[in-house]
Design a protein around this ligand. Structure first.
Ligand code: NAI
Ligand code: PHE
Length: 361
């Protein structure tokens, strides 16, 4: 397999003929501390796609940690499954976790994983019996529990910041469209409903739509209508790549703020949104609550109250990025990228440094 060039530090690729799974770990940067980022387990078109996804997601983690001032680098694991996770038997999944743990151990603490799409705290509990390089165990196993609630809290702070930047008067009465009602999206929908939004939701899983519609009185739309349905705030909480130059040119909304990592197919999409007057909260800033939770609890020794306060501050970080973008006539993507690049060049994140074992200095 010929791999394209990459500005990251290391790509590890392993195949398991027994299960047919491919394991990819991308360590993008250890400049600010040991790399960290979740484990994504899903079906890919092929290993080339899996490598590209791991690398791009790892790069986003570098920016996320830097923008949040966390003393960690960026990495990501991708496990390209032979079949959807729900169709794998327990023995196959256990073998996959064992092999993933062995790969993590080979990296010796230069990369620590955590949950992402297709994995959850229960999987981190299993990994933690095999390797110390894991964040996000369940509270029952002595960990800080799921990162999703804090991610949702931060995304809601991003929505509020975006709404203020767009000159709208609060979330109450706005049409808020949430795409993806998983661990994060369902919680964001709850925050929006509580704030008095007119909630519109969609998910490829009809059961998830029905549950949120019943619970919160949301209007359900088809998954294919997400880019054509007019709304005030679009909240993408499924997988990435929703906004390309073409879809960004027509998406009918005023604010975009969500959890999905790598929401834009390329950074230039930020400029398309800027020219259309759409306020875009860059994904790696808006969705930092999960990283703040995991690193805050497991590296920096914060309690739940401090994590929540730091997560709400995502709104302040975004307000600064919006102001910078406005002042210099640049996209919010460029402004956020510059802020992260300054921290990386400086080598000193706002919240201290860590050694490779994860202890704070
Ligand atoms: P999840 O797997 O629990 O939920 C994703 C949901 O999106 C599922 O309900 C799925 O059915 C739905 N979905 C998938 N494709 C869809 C489509 N085309 N249209 C509509 N719905 C679709 O994942 P989770 O944890 O809620 O994460 C959501 C996104 O946020 C992911 O991109 C993840 O990388 C990102 N993220 C998650 C964090 C966390 O703490 N869980 C932290 C930062 C980012
Ligand atoms: N996967 C989540 C994210 O993209 C949570 C996570 C953060 C997992 C940091 C591991 C480390 O932010």
């Amino acid at each position: 397999m010929a791999l394209p060039e990459w500005d990251g530090e290391l790509t590890s690729v392993r195949h398991d003929p027994d299960t047919g799974a491919w394991f990819v770990i991308g360590v993008h940067s250890t400049r600010l501390g040991p790399a960290s980022g979740g484990t994504r387990a899903m079906v890919y078109d092929g290993v080339t796609d899996a490598v590209a996804d791991a690398r791009r997601l790892a790069g986003a983690m570098t920016s996320k940690m830097a923008a949040a001032g966390l003393p960690m680098g960026g990495g990501k694991s991708v496990i390209a499954l032979p079949a959807p996770r729900a169709e794998l038997d327990d023995a196959t999944w256990r073998r996959i976790l064992h092999l993933h743990a062995a790969n993590l151990n080979l990296l010796g603490g230069n990369y620590t994983t955590g949950p992402d799409v297709g994995t959850a705290a229960a999987d981190m509990d299993v990994l933690a019996t095999l390797t110390p390089h894991v964040f996000g165990r369940s509270t029952a196993a002595g960990g800080p529990g799921s990162s999703a609630p804090m991610t949702a809290l931060g995304v809601f702070a991003a929505i509020e910041a975006g709404v203020a930047e767009a000159g709208l008067d609060g979330v109450e009465g706005l049409r808020v469209l949430v795409q993806g009602l998983g661990a994060v999206g369902a919680d964001v929908a709850r925050f929006a409903a509580r704030a008095g939004a007119k909630l519109i939701v969609t998910d490829v899983d009809p059961a998830r739509c029905a549950a949120v519609a019943d619970d919160l009185g949301a209007e359900v739309i088809g998954a294919d209508d997400v880019l054509s349905r007019a709304c005030d705030v679009l909240v993408p909480c499924a997988t990435g790549g929703l906004l390309s130059p073409a879809t960004a040119a027509t998406v009918p909304c005023t604010v975009i703020a969500g959890a999905a990592n790598n929401l834009l197919t390329e950074d230039a999409v930020g400029e398309v949104l800027r020219r259309r007057g759409i306020t875009y909260a860059p994904d790696f800033v808006a969705n930092a609550g999960g990283a703040i939770h995991l690193v805050g609890r497991e590296v920096l020794g914060w309690d739940a109250g401090e994590v929540a306060a730091r997560t709400r501050a995502v709104g302040d970080t975004l307000a600064g990025i919006f102001a910078d973008a406005r002042a210099h006539d640049i996209s919010t993507v460029t402004a956020a990228g510059r802020a992260a690049a300054r921290t990386l060049a400086d080598g000193r994140p706002a919240l201290g440094t860590t050694d490779t074992a994860g202890a704070q200095r």
